[in-house]
Design a binder for this molecule. Structure first.
Ligand code: FES
Length: 316
């Protein structure tokens, strides 16, 4: 059986920000398979692998087409570069739509959180909720103005239902406050970096929102990256060795060991948690360090980044 039965031809490419493009593809024969908000397709890459991309319900999408949001990752292997450099007329193959992040059934209200390229499925969710008349609010967070893609489209879809947050000013996202305003019985959806997902999940659970009403999906760069595995962190100052479990960030492991750690965004984009690396090789997953800084392996953001080596010795 063909794993990538969809034949897609690039119809248009738009630079939404300096690093994110929207790509609209015509589906062969105009036969767009049925898909629902939260769904993705996996696009086949020249190296034989494939990558997941959320389907976007962009306003005014022509009949017979699908749209994807494509981030050019700084430290990317070929995958994101290939997708980012697609031009009109190029042809790719893709899987049929898959959905691990579907909206709840019924009329309960929804609270949506998006960070970075994680906005792509959330935009489709907002469009679907609006179309079905379900009440919702969308919180979209980024570092500074100019880095948030699809704002005009979101404003067209959501109008007053959209709240935009920049870490650089007073509008920065206060997850607890946003959850505090959620109507009773609301379902919570979050797509973005691991730190943001963790913060929303933890805060929502602490506020008594049931786990089965909290839905999340890591943004695609992380899905495509290496899987988490445990590793050790050694503190230079004391020699203490702390194990970071598969489902923990370094910050969480340090806090669990009783240490005070300075951090803020927990998305790898504010730089507050930056830490010197004495030895070992970080697995950089932030979006703030330059390629050179990442390649130096001398600093890392301990809210999202992990280790490629068995142990990291940190300047703590
Ligand atoms: S807390 Fe913001 S980069 Fe880590």
């Amino acid at each position: 059986m063909d794993a990538h039965p969809l034949k897609l031809t690039v119809q248009s490419v738009v630079a939404e920000t300096s690093s994110i493009r929207s790509v609209v593809f015509g589906v062969e024969g105009g036969a767009v398979p049925h898909w629902q908000a939260g769904a993705h397709i996996r696009v086949a890459l020249p190296d034989g692998g494939d990558r997941p991309y959320s389907l976007m319900a962009l306003p005014d999408l022509p009949e017979g087409t699908v749209a994807l949001g494509v981030l050019r990752e700084q430290a990317s292997a070929g995958g994101s570069r290939f997708m980012h450099e697609l031009q009109v007329g190029d042809v790719v193959r893709a899987t049929a739509p898959l959905n691990n992040f579907a909206l709840h059934a019924g009329a309960a209200p929804a609270l949506l959180f998006a960070g970075g390229i994680g906005v792509t499925p959330i935009l489709s969710m907002a469009a679907a909720l609006k179309a079905q008349g379900t009440s919702y609010r969308l919180h979209y967070a980024g570092r500074t103005p100019g880095l948030l893609a699809f704002l005009p489209q979101l404003q067209a879809i959501c109008a007053e239902g959209l709240a935009v947050h920049y870490d650089s000013d007073a509008s920065r996202l206060d997850i607890a406050a946003a959850l505090g305003e959620a109507p009773a019985g609301a379902h919570v959806y979050v797509c973005g970096p691991a730190g943001m997902i963790d913060a929303v999940k933890t805060t929502a659970l602490a506020r008594g929102i049931a786990a089965d009403r909290i839905h999340f999906e890591l943004f695609k760069a992380e899905l495509a990256g290496s899987p988490n595995r445990p590793f050790e962190v050694e503190l230079k100052s004391t020699g203490q060795v702390i194990t970071v479990a598969t489902d923990q960030s370094i910050i969480q492991a340090l806090e669990a060991a009783g240490l005070d750690v300075l951090y803020d965004c927990q998305r790898g984009d504010c730089g507050i948690c930056q830490c010197g690396v004495i030895s070992g090789v970080p697995d950089h997953r932030d979006v703030i360090l330059s390629d050179d800084e990442k390649a130096s392996n001398k600093v890392m953001q301990i809210c999202v980044s992990r280790a490629k080596s068995e142990r990291l010795v940190l300047d703590l």
